[in-house]
Ligand binder design. Sequence first.
Ligand SMILES: Nc1ncnc2c1ncn2[C@@H]1O[C@H](COP(=O)(O)OP(=O)(O)O)[C@@H](O)[C@H]1O
Ligand SMILES: [Mg+2]
Length: 374
Amino acid sequence: MKNPFILSPYTDKSLFCDRESELKTLFDYVTNEANVTLISPRRMGKTGLIYRLFDEISTQKLDFETFYVDIYATQSIDEFIKVFSETIIQSFQKKTSLLKKAMKVFSGVKPVLSFDELTGNPQISLSYNDNEEKMKTLRSIFDFLENHDKKVIVAFDEFQQVREYRGVNMEAILRTHIQKLTNVRFIFCGSKKHLMFDIFANARNPFYASTSYLYLDKIDNGKYFDFIEHLFSEHGKTIESDAIEFVLKFTKRHTFYTQSLCHFIFQNASKKVSLQFAKEEAARLIALNENIYLQYRSLLTPQQWNYLKAIAKEGVVVQPTASSFLRKYEIGTPANSQRILTSLIAKDLILDTTTKEHTEYSVSDVFLSRWLEA
Ligand SMILES: Nc1ncnc2c1ncn2[C@@H]1O[C@H](COP(=O)(O)OP(=O)(O)O)[C@@H](O)[C@H]1O
Ligand SMILES: [Mg+2]
């Protein structure tokens, strides 16, 4: 039986929960000529939402060409250009005339086109004689998109990665190109909130105030409830209401963790899922990850580990320097607490969420949090 709880970013609309209002916002922005910054904690559903948007555009047969460019693994401007051009070439693979046109973009730099043996995807290798040639190649890619006969939407996923490129001000280079384009809209997507804000909301940086924002929050409880109930029954199994409530609570409605637990439960359930069964499966799933959690521990100081555990046991902490919290977990001085907290946020192990009222802290990995609190 096919498991309807997907763990890949996106397959199709029927297995995708809600996000209707976010989809509409994103859609309205990009079709009304605005560039967008899309931010959320890791694994909340940004990539999925981009795919959902592109799927919607293609289903509605709207006159847009869409490109999803994941720059997570890139370390330099050279790799950026490579990934960007491969994405374009890949999507034109079946349209020979367009592919030919796209390849012309690289005619100055003698591209070598090959095909990945496993996936069959085109790969491109480019070599430049000098920096000028490299910059020219990048400009040609943007020119090509600008002159395309359809409107173009480009999504750069994990955009904050440009901060890792050594020896270039990638933001300045990209901003210079992008601000001239009228045919191309961009979605800049990222999980590292502090870096993303620095890129797009810091007046000293090139992209300052150049985009609209969309912050992706948790999926609504009622909508996720109905979705889970529906997918079980659609696929030949049932789940009791209290079991669904338990899953949503246990995973704190953080999309990836909710999907993972549902996937696991669905996979192991015979016909009907009770609260008891859901609880047992949750415990089993956490136990399966134990080795990874022990690895984390070896990478942290005892103080950091103790701190992470304290946050996990509390669930959410709003006042990390309050004396009651410091005493309860033997953390030491407020300055100590602040220092450890900052280091754990930088390591992405603690998530800081700012609401209208306050900033709250929790362990980023929900399953790790559940394991630590036990
Ligand atoms: N609306 C949704 N409905 C169902 N599953 C979703 C939804 N959004 C995301 N997911 C799932 O959650 C996981 C994390 O989503 P992803 O888009 O990769 O997050 P992000 O890009 O924010 O890190 C993926 O397995 C994806 O399939
Ligand atoms: Mg993603």
